[in-house]
Ligand binder design. Structure first.
Ligand code: PMV
Length: 320
């Protein structure tokens, strides 16, 4: 049996702008994770069990563009066709081995916590190890990015990067991976609206806005870039009290971009009423999560205020 897991993630600053080449900051959330087990099987075929999404199917019964099927097909293809260094031996060459793949995840789906990327990364790690085709983080990240395109259309690559490396990342599309320093750990409360909003749709709608008036939206993206840049500095220095205002500003820009929603804005206000230092939506928006920056001692109060305002669940996490 081979196992692997990958964490969830939050985007701290710069979502959407990151699709247009601006920087964004994101961090792993270890409290939620995707876990994959791969076992040899006596029965024919590759069986995938993913109870969280009600899936129990043999690989060949899934459409080939199904993200899980795509991971498995493409991984076997690469493992068989690429010249691999000595020591790598792909088992079951010429046919697929008989396997049982068990996928479970505590990351809510389509809520901006990177569930798709986490499942892809954990599955790729477990499966590649199981067939004796170990991949480096760099290879896994590049592979997961290709799979992300099936979920999102034009992803920036931030989700797969944070989830693969499980480190805070200052991300610019197409540039080498840069982690960022955290001068003083800080506490974030994540509040889930419970509304599942596909990132593909909000990203597509933003693209329509951008195409209709590039000058206007590039100006907004430039403001988001300034915020991300400032936030990286503030986080590095440990000036956490300054971070809240940057989050509020980023949220206001995301509202202009039409990716907030009444539910997200209600949670934003609830976080502030309970004493949060700042808050913003995180991820694609329209649903999904709010993140609120809090003094450690305020975390429970903010979480309960979010619950009262309708959050379906909350997570308290520390960025360090
Ligand atoms: O997958 P989500 O919902 O966390 O959103 C990713 C962030 C976006 O910037 C909106 C899209 C992207 O590909 O970077």
């Amino acid at each position: 049996m081979t196992t692997a897991s990958a964490p969830g993630k939050i985007i701290l600053f710069g979502e959407h702008a990151v699709v247009y080449g601006r920087p964004a900051l994101a961090a792993p959330v270890a409290q939620v994770h995707a876990d994959v087990e791969v076992l040899d099987s006596d029965s024919a075929g590759i069986w995938i069990n993913a109870p969280d999404i009600d899936l129990h199917a043999e690989l060949n019964t899934l459409p080939s563009d199904h993200p899980l099927a795509a991971v498995i097909h493409n991984l076997f293809f690469i493992a068989r066709t690429s010249p691999f260094p000595s020591g790598r031996e792909v088992r079951g060459e010429g046919r697929f081995p008989n396997l049982n793949i068990q996928i479970s995840s505590t990351i809510p789906v389509a809520s901006g916590l990177g569930s798709g990327a986490a499942v892809t990364v954990a599955l790729t790690r477990a499966l590649s190890a199981h067939i004796h085709y170990p991949m480096t983080d760099e290879e896994i990240n590049a592979f997961a990015y290709e799979i992300e395109k099936l979920y999102h259309g034009t992803p920036s690559g931030i989700d797969n990067t944070v989830v693969t490396y499980a480190k805070p990342v200052y991300f610019i599309k197409g540039q080498p991976i840069e982690t960022f320093k955290v001068g003083a750990p800080f506490t974030i409360v994540i509040g889930d609206t419970g509304i599942r909003a596909p990132t593909k749709e909000s990203v597509g709608d933003v693209r329509k806005l951008w195409e209709a008036d590039k000058a206007r939206w590039e100006k907004i993206f430039a403001e988001m870039e300034d915020i991300s840049f400032a936030a990286r500095h503030v986080i590095k220095e440990g000036w956490i009290e300054m971070l809240g205002a940057l989050m509020d500003e980023n949220h206001a820009l995301l509202q202009q971009l039409t990716v907030s929603s009444p539910d997200l804005d209600r949670l934003f206000s609830a976080a502030h009423k309970a004493g949060a230092l700042g808050a913003k939506l995180s991820g694609g928006g329209r649903g999904g999560n709010i993140i609120a920056l809090v003094e450690a001692g305020q975390a429970e109060a903010v979480a309960s205020s979010l619950n009262q305002a309708g959050a379906k669940h909350t997570i308290i996490t520390t960025i360090s």
